[in-house]
Design a protein around this ligand. Structure first.
Ligand SMILES: Cc1cc2nc3c(=O)[nH]c(=O)nc-3n(C[C@H](O)[C@H](O)[C@H](O)COP(=O)(O)OP(=O)(O)OC[C@H]3O[C@@H](n4cnc5c(N)ncnc54)[C@H](O)[C@@H]3O)c2cc1C
Length: 420
């Protein structure tokens, strides 16, 4: 089958891997000059199977109210809001009930665990090196009340077949000696032993190169302006060059992996996904003192900040801001991340040489991605991965290929549909 994939982020390139393995004739169209230059460029680096609970949970409404008006708040709903933001916000609140949180957490946990298995197989087969660390993710609790919930979270992960254990402050430091600088404030941790970390951009870039050396065609600087449909079936895509000249490519199937921009292509076909762009920030810092810098990937559960070792660099990422497609950097957010690094790992990095970035997460209200068919025959979706696009990429791509081939994905819950 001739398949066009729109978007060469994590989801698009990984989908290309699995579809090419099935023998399809795959073309990836990407409007940027290379792969993974948007949301997949500088994320937190965590393959975080141990964090399946979505932002939408029973504690979220209270937390968001407390954070209102704070420029450095972990989650910021900026006002005034357009209708799409309100609609997404209301759907988010509906997902905060205990029942829905449990259901969403379980679905994400199963996909994440499957995805990790797929990642291990893929990297072995493709021989990819992407500054990976396989030391788990250590969730840090600086708040007594949040740490009190750690046993419950560990039990939930165990129920989903994952390995996680509650660890004391001293055990945290045994696992990651660089934490001794902030040990005084630490209550304890939760160690997700299955987790990993690595550079998602490097992974995507190297995988794309590997695929391009084989049978997959990549066309960069190529924006898809529309998906063409005839009698309820996909016929191909329309491209527009910078001079406004239109051309067409025919296809038997089109897979939309356009991240937060997916709706722009789907709306003319009558499809609306509950995806809203949620802006996040990261800083990437050169390590100047090895002994003070962490190797284990960390999640600060109180500040919602993650930190991953990527070779000789430290990536620190976090925060969420709902403000449409606005990509302007908010200096307070970058400053908050840099302050966090200095407070927890003083002297470990050169903060003056920080590479600052922000990107838009393709977020659904319940953090479930949208993977599967649409009402238009031959039009497929693999998008809406929100906070977990790196963690879920390989499982999502493998499941998509299964669905397109008419096989049953090796994980329950398909087709995946986000609420909203
Ligand atoms: C600050 C931050 C930290 C994060 N940390 C983590 C983490 O630690 N672990 C984790 O699992 N996830 C994390 N994520 C989430 C993860 O990065 C995303 O879920 C993932 O990158 C989404 O990948 P994607 O392929 O869907 O989107 P993208 O990477 O944005 O790819 C979509 C591509 O489609 C292209 N495109 C769009 N429209 C068109 C068009 N019309 N024609 C052609 N091309 C088009 C775009 O140019 C883009 O390249 C984080 C995200 C952020 C912002």
């Amino acid at each position: 089958m001739r398949i066009i994939i729109v978007g060469a982020g994590l989801e698009g390139v990984v989908s290309a891997w699995y579809l090419a393995r099935d023998g399809h004739d795959v073309t990836v169209l990407e409007r940027r000059e290379g792969p993974a230059l948007e949301t997949s460029f500088a994320n937190g680096g965590q393959v975080s199977v141990s964090h399946p609970e979505p932002w939408a949970n029973p504690r979220a409404p209270g937390q968001i109210l407390r954070w209102l008006g704070r420029e450095d708040a972990p989650l910021l709903f900026r006002m005034p809001a357009e209708w799409a933001r309100w609609r997404w916000g209301m759907a988010f609140l509906r997902e905060c009930t205990p029942g829905r949180t449990r259901r969403n957490t379980e679905a994400i946990a199963h996909l994440a665990a499957y995805s990790l298995t797929c990642l291990k197989l893929l990297r072995g087969e493709a021989q990819l090196d992407y500054d990976a660390e396989r030391r788990g993710v250590l969730h840090l609790f600086f708040d007594r009340h949040e740490f009190a919930r750690a046993p419950e979270r560990a039990a939930e992960l165990t129920r989903c077949g994952l390995h996680a254990s509650v660890v004391t402050r001293n055990q945290c430091i045994e696992l990651e000696p660089a934490l001794s600088a902030c040990a005084g404030r630490l209550m304890g941790g939760l160690h997700g032993q299955d987790d990993e970390s690595g550079d998602a951009h490097l992974f995507t870039e190297r995988l794309a190169k590997r695929l391009a050396a084989g049978s997959v065609r990549f066309q960069y600087s190529t924006a898809v302006s529309a998906i063409r449909e005839s009698k309820g079936k996909v016929a191909g895509v329309v491209l527009a060059d910078p001079n406004g000249v239109f051309s067409e490519i025919e296809a038997d199937a089109v897979v939309v992996c356009a991240g937060p921009w997916s709706n722009q292509l789907l709306a003319p076909l009558g499809e609306r996904l509950p995806i809203y762009p949620v802006k996040g920030y990261s800083v990437t810092l050169p390590i100047v003192d090895e002994k003070r810098a962490p190797h284990v990937s960390l999640t600060d559960e109180t500040r919602r900040i993650v930190c991953s070792r990527l070779g000789d660099r430290l990536r620190v990422a976090g925060t969420a801001e709902l403000n449409g497609f606005d990509m302007a950097a908010n200096p307070a957010r970058t400053a908050g991340l840099l302050k966090w690094v200095e407070a927890h790992f003083p002297g470990a990095t050169d903060t003056s040489a920080s590479e600052n970035w922000n990107g838009l997460r393709p977020a659904t209200p319940n953090n479930l991605p949208v993977i599967g068919a649409t009402r238009t025959r031959g039009l497929w979706l693999n998008t809406g991965h929100g906070t977990l696009g790196w963690t879920l990429a390989c499982g999502s791509g493998a499941a998509l290929a299964d669905l397109i081939a008419g096989r049953t994905p090796q994980i329950s819950g398909f087709p995946f549909k986000a609420a909203g």
